[in-house]
Design a protein around this ligand. Structure first.
Ligand code: COA
Length: 145
């Protein structure tokens, strides 16, 4: 089974053009030159944004992001925000997405978060429910041109 060969770890600069940016195209268009992507990674590391990748023989085939927010409320507790879950189209439906979200959730817990939250489409509710998440409130957005 492929999942047994998958290793989850932190994103590094070598991953960017070895499949990471291509993997993200499952989620949205990726129109960023490699040099810019290196800068984005540097900024994310500085800002404490955790980017995890699932590697198949050193090639990234999936990713998830975790942002940890320090709150003023809840006694200064921390909230984990899970973002940008994506699995390369050739590797979907093999358990990699679930393994990534489980990993980010465990990291949020290990980093002291009292909860982890994410937004998803109705279609993906079963994916997150099977990982222990439940429906709560509504997602809202505003787009800036
Ligand atoms: C959503 C996504 C990350 C799932 O990754 P994956 O590796 O294919 O998912 P898994 O194999 O771990 O699936 C686990 C469960 O999630 C559910 N699931 C996964 N993809 C699904 C889909 N497209 N529609 C409905 N349910 C889905 C199923 O219940 C599945 O369990 P099953 O295999 O027993 O049926 C992947 O399809 C993807 O990259 N999609 C495009 C980007 C995206 O929508 N990201 C999510 C943002 S919230």
């Amino acid at each position: 089974m492929l999942l047994a060969k998958i290793a989850i770890g932190d994103l590094n600069a070598h991953d960017l053009d070895r499949g990471f940016l291509e993997t993200l195209t499952s989620l949205s268009e990726v129109e960023i030159p490699l040099e810019e992507a290196v800068k984005v990674l540097r900024n994310r590391l500085r800002a404490g944004v955790f980017t995890y990748v699932a590697r198949n023989e050193d090639r990234p085939v999936g990713t998830v992001t975790l942002l940890v927010e320090d709150k003023f409320i809840h006694g200064g507790g921390k909230v984990g925000h899970i973002e940008d879950v994506a699995v390369h189209r050739d590797y979907q439906h093999q358990g990699i997405g679930a393994a990534l979200v489980r990993h980010a959730t465990e990291q949020a817990r290990a980093l002291g978060c009292y909860k982890a939250i994410l937004n998803c489409s109705d279609q993906l509710v079963p994916l997150y429910e099977q990982l222990g998440y439940h429906h709560h409130d509504n997602g809202m957005r505003i787009d800036f041109k």
